[in-house]
Write a protein that binds this ligand. Structure first.
Ligand code: AMP
Length: 305
């Protein structure tokens, strides 16, 4: 396999070479230690694969800001609760590697489950913030699973920066807290949500939807837009704004409303009175697929049609 190492692999450069594929943490540590040892900034983009333009926007941000970029692809069983879609979660490593090659990514870390969680694995990382709210309440153990795998990915890749999506705002907050609390020396960067032309946030799980389900899923971004519209019209009551978002989702046939929250971005607690910093969170089940979306009240998604 071609080696993308060397001074030509500068920030933002696209190389027509495949990323170095790594499956064990020791090898990744050796590679990135060489880079950091020569003063290069390593950016990490953790993903569960089935890459789409949302993921690639994180990769592009990492390439702009870092000297070397590692993308991890790992469907993490620890962050799926019992009965969730761990087994049916879309996986397509070959297509993902082709995309990463096209984008000139330096390395892809795609370990096996037994490598990450070998026999006897007994450690969990618990970020004790907002643990009863929204995704935490819907998915018990989810953020502990995320924090555990992200800790392991940071340990293996030794990044100076790591890139996460605003779409999963609660996750980004948990990871930022983790990095800070454990002095991991990783700067967590949160990138804007990439949407389809109708406003639906791109998600690997969208592939699990039928055409009708895909259309129905657009109620999530419409709910964010409706809350923002009312806010712009002068409504500041958090309860009223979240009810307006809920109503949009609830009235979509075949969609299960899960939650709508109008929250303080600092702690994700519901606000009594909204302001320009307030965030809206929505979640729904579409054809059994759990989908989430979020935006600031002051900057709702824009659908181009
Ligand atoms: P996932 O593979 O779904 O675990 O996502 C990996 C990373 O990509 C997470 O930090 C997500 O927040 C981010 N991400 C997922 N979808 C999008 C999107 N539509 N726009 C921007 N980032 C995204």
């Amino acid at each position: 396999m071609a080696e993308p190492d060397g001074p030509a692999a500068g920030a933002g450069r696209r190389l027509a070479t495949a990323p170095r594929v790594i499956t064990v943490p020791k090898e990744l540590r050796q590679l990135t230690a060489g880079w950091t040892g020569s003063g290069q900034l390593v950016g990490l983009v953790p993903t569960m694969g089935s890459l789409h333009a949302g993921h690639m926007s994180l990769v592009a941000a990492a390439q702009r800001e870092c000297d070397k970029v590692v993308v991890s692809i790992f469907v993490n069983p620890l962050q799926f609760a019992k009965g969730e879609d761990y087994l049916s979660y879309p996986r397509r490593l070959d297509a993902d590697l082709a995309l990463l090659a096209e984008q000139g990514v330096d390395a892809c870390y795609c370990p096996q489950v037994e490598t990450v969680y070998p026999e006897g694995f007994a450690t969990r990382v618990l970020v004790d913030a907002g643990s009863e709210l929204w995704e935490s309440a819907m998915r018990p153990g989810h953020f502990s699973g995320v924090a555990t795998v992200v800790s392991k990915l940071f340990a293996a890749a030794g990044p100076g920066r790591a890139y996460f999506g605003e779409k999963d705002a609660q996750q980004a907050a948990v990871v930022s807290r983790l990095a800070k609390d454990l002095d991991l020396g990783v700067e967590v960067s949160v990138c804007p949500t990439v949407r389809d032309p109708d406003g639906l946030a791109l998600s690997s799980r969208n592939q699990l939807l039928s055409a009708a389900g895909y259309r129905a899923a657009r109620c999530l971004s419409r709910a964010l837009i409706e809350a923002a519209r009312r806010f712009a019209a002068g409504v500041v009551s958090g309860a009223e704004l979240s009810a307006a978002a809920a109503q949009v989702i609830d009235s979509e046939p075949g969609v299960r409303f899960d939650y709508a929250g109008v929250v303080d971005p600092a702690d994700f607690r519901p606000v009594i009175e909204a302001n320009g910093e307030t965030r809206v969170l929505v979640a729904a089940g579409v054809e059994g697929v759990h989908l989430i979306d979020t935006s600031l009240l002051a900057s709702p998604p824009r659908a181009s049609r």
